[in-house]
Design a protein around this ligand. Structure first.
Ligand SMILES: [Zn+2]
Length: 187
């Protein structure tokens, strides 16, 4: 049985509290065009870069990042971005945008001659970086989340941000274990 449920409004809930889930609404989304949700895009992010456990990512995705709190924040605080999901190092899961809405996570992107991947994808950020391994708790949550998404939407592609924005993006990076994830998301 799947531990993550997705309701008809595109928000997730939890069976038996198996995974800690929070909903924090981000304004950084709009309506999808009329097309199927058939892609998942995996990212990594940490704010400040390579520091884990703080609220920088939540602040960024909710347009509350303090530009004075860190030199890097001064460069990015004005960005209007959000993924649908963020998986913290401990495996806890935050949803920012309904799966039915278009979250602004991929930017300029292209996959198999289709551009603007935000139109038809769900974005999942893992708290991490290109220089650190991800935690096993993150993989456990990610696999449950992808399985739930595949049950609700016609997901045909699970790709990295670097796959759809090559040369511009490197995440989820060399430590992301595609082999294990691809093996475990077949349902
Ligand atoms: Zn990314």
């Amino acid at each position: 049985m799947n531990v993550i449920e997705i309701d008809h409004t595109g928000w997730i809930s939890n069976e038996n509290d198996a995974i800690q889930i929070a909903h924090i609404s981000s304004p950084n989304h709009d309506a999808r065009p009329d097309c199927a949700i058939d892609m998942i895009v995996i990212h990594n992010i940490s704010l400040p870069p390579c520091e884990y456990g703080g609220n920088g990512v939540i602040d960024l995705f909710t347009n509350q990042l303090n530009p004075d709190a860190h030199p890097y924040y001064a460069e990015i605080h004005m960005l209007k971005v959000s993924s649908h999901f963020f998986i913290r190092r401990d495996g806890s899961l935050i949803q920012f945008v309904s799966c039915l809405a278009r979250a602004w996570h991929a930017g300029a992107s292209k996959w198999q001659n289709r551009e603007r991947c935000n139109d038809f994808s769900v974005g999942i950020e893992l708290e991490g970086s290109d220089i650190d391994k991800f935690e096993s708790a993150q993989y456990a949550t990610l696999i449950q989340l992808i399985r739930a998404l595949k049950l609700h939407y016609p997901i045909a592609h699970v790709v990295g941000h670097s796959d759809i924005a090559p040369g511009r993006k490197t995440d989820p990076g060399p430590y992301f274990d595609w082999e294990t994830v691809n093996a475990l998301i077949k349902i």
